[in-house]
Each structure stands twice: as C-alpha cells, then as structure tokens.
Design a protein around this ligand. Structure first.
Ligand SMILES: Cc1ncc(COP(=O)(O)O)c(C=O)c1O
Length: 373
C-alpha cells in the first residue's frame, strides 16, 4: 500500500515536471549554483594556510556537547564570537537545527509567531513543532506585519517575529531598520536569520547596522557565505542556558568534529580581511544587474543572489539543459521550494567567477529564454 501511494505521488511529480534528481557537479563546469558567496569554501590558499596552522585534528567529536563534545576549540570559538557580537554565543551543528531549536524551545501554545511568508523551511518546521499560533505576513511587507501586530499585540503572552536578511530564492532584502522600529513600537521578540548575508556583509547585516541589541535571536548558518558548516546563535545568557538545558536539537546530537570548528575559528579570525573578495562580488553583482536590465529579464533581486523567473517547468528544464550543454552548472528551482508558476533559474554569484563568465552566461541565458522550448 505504502509503495503504491508513493509511486503514484512520484508519477505526479514527473507529470508536472517537478521530479527532483541529484545532479553530480562536474568540476570543469562554470558553477553558478554555489552559495559560497565570497569563495571561502574552496579557496586553495586559505585551505593550505589552515592545514599549516591546524594539524592532526580529530575527525569525530564522538560525543554530544553535554558529554565530552564541548572541547576547547568550541569553547574558544564561542568566546571569540562573544567578543565580536558582545553577547553570548552557542554553536549548533547546522542552521536547520539552530532555527528549529530556537523556535521549538521558546515557543508554545501561548505564543504567536509572525513569520515572513517566504522564510526558510527550518523556520517553518520549528513553528509547527512548537505548537505556537502562526500568522504569516506577505513577503517583506512590513506594513502588513504592522497590521498583524496592531490586531494581536494584546492577545498573546509572547510574540516572536521572524525574518531573514537576504532571501535565498528571490535575492531581495529586508528593511532591517524598519523592522527594528516596529520592534521598538510593539515590543515583540525578534529572530533574524543571516544565512545569506554572513561573510558577504562581514560579520553580518545586524552587526554592520549596529542593531544587535534589538535582535533577541540571531542565527548565522555557515554553509553559504560562511564557507563551512554549522551555525552560530547569538542571544542573551538566559536563553543560552535554557537551550543547553532544554533544546532537544542541541542536546541530543553529536557535536561536529574539531576540524570543522577549527575552520570556523580560522575564518572568523580572518573575516575582516576578505574585503577583496567582497569587492569582487560587488562588481559581479553590478555587472549582472546591468545585463538583466539590458536583456529585459524578470527578477526581484537586488543582491548577489539572482533569480530569473521562467514560470513554466518544462521550459525551465530545457533552458537548464541548454545551459548545461554550454558547460554551466546551474539549477532550476520549482515548487514547492518556490510558489507554483514562478519556477526559476537561481544564480549564486561568487568571486570565483569572472566578468567574462557572467557576460557570456547572460548572453546564453537570453538566447535560451527566447529560443529554447
Ligand atoms: C535561510 C536559511 N536558513 C537556514 C538554512 C539551513 O542551514 P543549514 O544548511 O546549515 O542546515 C538555510 C539553507 O540551508 C537557509 O537558506
């Protein structure tokens, strides 16, 4: 019975051209699907330098943080973070665990969570697990958020508002200042996810805008611009203590190996010195947006993440196929990751690309959009 049900569902995915497969990356292709936004994850000089400084690091921690998994390197990493952000820090094994854990540990049926409609799946799952009431505001529409706050601010014990900084699927960006102004007016708890802005904006946009004191839970997943793995949580000591005592996704999992922690520490110590990489990314972003205008392509992006809306799944497949034949590694994104009818080409820029790569790519993309069906 179960297998029959699954086969039927998978066949539906195939009929709607949204059956997912895992593609192996060809190392010779031009990768426009990377989230290594400032090129830290595969900078061979940096990696060589790292291994010169850190030798013979264990490849397993063999225990959870609460048993013997809080080894000195994690301690040092959290202390360094505290020095930077002027608030306690806690290291998680992944951004998904970190987001989920914060929400399910601090929210319950007495909580109202107000979440941007396009927040990441880890945020949505955390809300569902928590049993909190969920209201969603239109993507980045802070006037809509204000209306929801006005109608609900006296009805709940706790209100948590959640936003990302830069959004992964549209490459658009929250008005952080306006969000903080709303917090000052309505006094809710605020959670911000910096997965797509950390490293691109050095220690992140909240740090850059000097508004850390207003962010109750700052999560910094490291698998994108951070060039690594795991996630930082920056929050008050009382919340940190509570998670150490109650956070199931923090307590009941084996800590990441020392080699990953050492790499995070190494990157963090050098973070401010990567301005060349950030400048290159900025240049490529400007060039890309000029080309999008030139070719009249449809995008909501204002940043280094650029989605070009295609809309039709089958057409998207043909465009991706064409671009692959021209040696570009590029991903098409479809529902349910993005709303139905908005399937798209998602481009993640990185300083590993050249202006020439970008110019030729947009030329080919323009050709494919107009000629490939
Ligand atoms: C906004 C956002 N938050 C959290 C995550 C999850 O982070 P991780 O990959 O470290 O689990 C992702 C993507 O992976 C993301 O895009």
């Amino acid at each position: 019975m179960l297998k029959e049900k699954i086969i039927k569902e998978l066949n539906n995915f195939k009929n709607e051209n949204r059956f997912r497969i895992l593609k192996t990356i060809n190392s010779n292709s031009i990768n426009l699907s990377s989230n290594d936004y400032i090129g830290l994850g595969n900078d061979s000089d940096l990696i060589q330098d790292f291994y010169k400084n850190y030798t013979h690091l264990p490849l397993s921690s063999s225990s959870s943080r609460l048993i013997s998994g809080t080894y000195p390197l994690i301690d040092k990493l959290e202390r360094n973070l505290e020095n930077i952000y002027k608030k306690p820090a806690l290291f998680f094994n992944s951004g998904f665990d970190c987001n989920c854990c914060v929400i399910e540990t601090f929210c319950d049926s007495n909580t109202l969570v107000i979440s941007d409609k396009l927040n990441h799946a880890s945020i949505h799952d955390g809300i569902i697990h928590s049993g909190a009431t969920l209201l969603r505001y239109r993507h980045l529409d802070l006037e809509h958020l204000r209306k929801i706050l006005k109608n609900n601010s006296n009805k709940y014990e706790t209100i948590l508002v959640i936003s990302e900084t830069i959004y992964s699927m549209d490459g658009d960006c929250v008005d952080l200042k306006k969000l903080i102004d709303l917090k000052k007016e309505f006094n809710f708890l605020l959670m911000i996810d910096e997965a797509h802005s950390f490293a691109v904006h050095s220690f992140g946009m909240c740090y850059e805008m000097d508004c850390l004191e207003f962010v109750d839970f700052l999560t910094i997943p490291l698998g994108k611009g951070g060039g690594s793995t795991g996630s930082y949580l920056i929050c008050d000591q009382i919340y940190k203590d509570y998670i150490i005592n109650k956070g199931r996704k923090f307590i009941y999992t084996t800590a990441l190996p020392p080699v990953n922690i050492a790499w995070n520490l190494f990157i963090l110590e050098k973070m401010e010195s990567f301005s060349d990489k950030r400048l290159k990314l900025k240049e490529l972003t400007t060039v890309s947006h000029k080309l999008i205008k030139k070719y009249n392509m449809e995008t909501l992006s204002t940043t280094h993440i650029i989605s070009i809306i295609i809309g039709n799944n089958s057409k998207l497949d043909h465009i991706v196929e064409y671009l692959s034949s021209k040696n570009y590694f590029i991903y098409g994104v479809k529902e349910p990751t993005v709303p139905k009818g908005t399937s798209r080409i998602r481009i993640g820029l990185s300083p590993n690309l050249s202006v020439e790569n970008i110019t030729t790519f947009f030329e080919e993309l323009n050709y494919a959009i107009n000629n490939v069906f």
